[in-house]
Ligand binder design. Structure first.
Ligand SMILES: Nc1ncnc2c1ncn2[C@@H]1O[C@H](COP(=O)(O)OP(=O)(O)OP(=O)(O)O)[C@@H](O)[C@H]1O
Ligand SMILES: [Mg+2]
Length: 413
């Protein structure tokens, strides 16, 4: 039996003790494993079914395990999209008393997809570009809070659908470091490494014939650099203008909101004779739309999903002629009269295929599409029914696992 197990966790689940820690992770029986898509990695990683959800277990050196655990805890605290740490287990021994490697446990990120799973024929060809956009946003967010990743790559990132785009999450923090502030050199080193890694990963996909021949891998790597630089400067550049152009302060804030960021602190300085003004955002927080939606409706969804839902809320407000009502009240009616009935209209067995906000987004898209086709305003209930029958039924179950039975879970590698 495994003895002297040491569990470090904020809220240890006693059921963790029932897992076969005296067996090397690679040999765990499929009865405890959850077959979910997994990216490639040096270490052995397995997903395990627990009563409270699925966990990811990674065998890794003890020192590194503690370090990664701490970093992930810090990242979770400051609300950066990353996997949530559960704990570290050390002191494992097999039946002969041989030492076994420590493990780091994280919560499995629901609905997440490793990039390799996203390259199936069913996806639009611009998927690679959308993944890169999501990764650029994640990298900027990490750099804004002083996190140096050290090994940015597609396989160290998980993706979740976010309306028509993706949201990226950090999964592997092993090489990371949290600083008070990153120098331009550190940032550019991280981005350059990302570029090299991505090109390598896409070339691998191309070699395995998983990538469309027309995709220019170098151009995609370069696109990350461009997207990153664009976003970084939109968020942090100092801007200077004449004192008669003060509207530009509000315009800058609007622009940042449109990019999905809130300005926590803006520095405004004028020169001595007061003819020119300089502004520079000092604190920017991602999640402008998702915070607003959360405040109004209690729905906690991703940024672009929130943007879409807020747009629908706005049109509901206009359609019901309630521009002068308190926004909170209108939002409540929209939630109970539009959003919830729509999600509930999807049969239960189909509902788990996508997150509710993503379902709603897709129903709206579908309604737009069939309304165009039929040249009339298709009501929402009719659109849901048509969406379920014509679109959702054929979709793979992303939450469960793109259709692989447990014994084939390892084919992901
Ligand atoms: N919490 C999680 N939720 C979902 N997937 C996860 C989680 N943890 C790990 N994975 C999957 O396992 C893969 C490997 O994890 P990770 O990158 O941490 O391993 P690694 O061996 O440290 O990687 P590397 O080879 O980059 O050092 C990830 O790409 C991801 O697909
Ligand atoms: Mg990794």
């Amino acid at each position: 039996m495994a003895q002297n197990l040491q569990i470090t966790a904020a809220r240890p689940d006693p059921a963790l003790l029932d897992l076969p820690w005296d067996v090397p992770l690679a040999d765990w029986p499929s009865s405890v494993l959850a077959a979910l898509p997994r990216g490639i990695s040096r270490h052995v990683v397995r997903f395990v079914k627990m009563s409270g959800g699925v966990i990811a277990v990674k065998e890794i050196g003890e020192t590194v395990a503690y370090r990664e655990y701490e970093l992930l805890r810090q990242l979770s605290r400051i609300d950066v999209p990353s996997v949530d740490p559960v704990g570290v287990i050390t002191g494992r021994q097999d039946k002969n008393g041989e030492r076994l490697e420590a493990v780091l446990i994280t919560k499995h990120l629901q609905f997440s997809l490793p990039y390799r799973s996203l390259f199936s024929q069913t996806l639009r060809p611009d998927t690679a570009t959308r993944l890169i956009d999501a990764l650029a946003v994640l990298l900027v967010r990490l750099h804004l809070i002083g996190f140096y990743w050290g090994d940015v790559s597609l396989s160290n990132t998980l993706f979740r659908r976010d309306a028509e785009t993706f949201a990226a999450y950090l999964v592997d923090a092993e090489t990371g470091d949290l600083h008070a502030k990153l120098s331009p050199g550190q940032r550019s080193y991280d981005v350059e490494l990302a570029r090299t890694n991505i090109i390598g990963e896409l070339m691998d996909l191309a070699a395995g014939e998983l990538l469309d021949e027309d995709v220019d891998t170098i151009a995609i790597g370069d696109a990350l650099l461009e997207r990153y630089n664009e976003l970084w400067s939109a968020l942090t550049d100092e801007e200077s203008f004449g004192s008669d152009e003060r509207w530009r302060v509000a315009a800058r804030i609007d622009r940042l909101n449109t990019l999905g960021f809130d300005v926590g602190e803006l520095e405004i300085t004028t020169d001595i004779d007061g003819t020119s003004v300089q502004i520079q955002p000092k604190v920017v927080d991602a999640g402008h739309h998702s915070r607003r939606l959360l405040r109004l409706t209690g729905l906690d969804v991703q940024e672009n999903q929130a943007r879409r839902l807020l747009n629908d809320l706005d049109s509901f407000r206009a359609a019901t002629d309630r521009q002068n009502d308190e926004e909170e009240f209108v939002a409540h009616d929209w939630l109970s009269g539009v959003f919830e009935p729509t999600v509930r209209a999807v049969p239960r067995d189909q509902r788990r295929k996508l997150e509710p906000a993503q379902l709603f987004h897709e129903v709206l898209d579908h309604r737009w599409y069939i309304s165009e086709q039929q040249k009339r305003d298709v009501p929402l209930p009719e659109a849901v029914a048509s969406y379920v029958d014509n679109v959702l039924r054929d979709r793979p179950d992303e939450m469960a696992i793109l259709g692989l039975p447990p014994e084939h879970a390892d084919q992901q590698e």
